[in-house]
Design a protein around this ligand. Structure first.
Ligand code: ZN
Length: 278
């Protein structure tokens, strides 16, 4: 599922972490039968499976390219490394976008960012968000995009999650026409073919899940990721769409879910076919 986001990492084939204790490194030797053994100083000889010698790392080039795509950076300048663990990804809407491996590096030395400020455009900074970081770490003119909150990984791409405030105003009392495929603009109403009772009303929680699936453009996403993005406390999408009533009319949300959402239960992934961009 991770596709090109990861690549094989070169590993030392002479020594390996002991597959039995995972504590000591042992020399790799042949077992005389075509296989290999780890000479663990504690456990003695331990058989090595091929996957014990495999390792993967994040494909950083991939990450930077996909972040550029997610932010619609198409400036002609490429990606520049501007410091240790700091890259300039390019310009989005005239404003430069900086990616840094660590937030604390920038917070400790804010002068690093001064050189990137441009008059009349905002400076955006992407970093991973440390667990204990709740406050905005920069001066007010810098927009911070925490990697875990503003970006989602799906299929073989990365999408940008706009802050809530930037979404178009919702007009809850208006008669909802389908705007996004079968959904109204606030995703609270959905129309499915073959349903005789008219448009189906969704709860706020159900609408949030449908919106996340819609925004994935038909790409599969892990159920738990969907629920996190929908800010739901339920474990998986189907939990919110169970048939609850004997009257078929009241089970509209369940019918909409069955009609629109595809799933591979074993892999825990969900997608919405009709959201696929043509
Ligand atoms: Zn061992």
């Amino acid at each position: 599922m991770l596709g090109s986001a990861i690549k094989a990492a070169p590993v030392n084939q002479q020594y390996v972490l002991c597959p039995h204790c995972n504590l000591h490194r042992g020399q790799v030797v042949g077992d005389g039968k075509g296989g290999r053994l780890c000479q663990c100083p504690e456990c003695g000889p331990v058989q090595i499976e091929p996957q014990d010698l495999a390792a993967v790392v994040l494909n950083e080039d991939w990450l930077r390219q996909k972040l550029r795509l997610a932010l619609e950076i198409n400036s002609r300048d490429g990606i520049d490394q501007v410091g240790p663990g700091i890259w300039r990804l390019g310009d989005a809407r005239q404003g430069p976008v900086i990616l840094a491996r660590s937030l604390s590096t920038l917070v400790r030395a804010p002068a690093i960012l001064d050189g990137f400020r441009v008059k009349g455009a905002s400076l955006r900074v992407i970093t991973p968000k440390p667990m204990d970081q709740t406050a905005h770490p920069f001066t007010a003119d810098i927009e911070w995009l925490p990697l875990q909150e503003r970006f989602a990984f799906y299929g073989d791409g990365i999408s940008f999650i706009a802050p809530q405030g930037h979404r178009p105003e919702e007009t809850p009392r208006e008669p909802a026409k389908p705007v996004y495929g079968p959904f109204s603009s606030d995703f609270r109403q959905v129309t499915i073919p073959g349903w005789p009772h008219g448009p189906i009303r969704l709860s706020k929680g159900q609408a949030a899940v449908m919106r996340v699936l819609w925004e994935c453009n038909g790409e599969p996403l892990l159920g738990e990721r969907i629920m996190t993005r929908a800010e739901s406390s339920s474990a998986k999408p189907s939990d919110l769409f169970k048939a609850r009533s004997k009257s078929p009319e009241a089970n509209g949300p369940h019918a909409a879910y069955i009609a629109l959402v595809s799933t591979k239960q074993r892999e825990g992934i969900y997608w919405m076919k009709c959201a696929k961009k043509l």
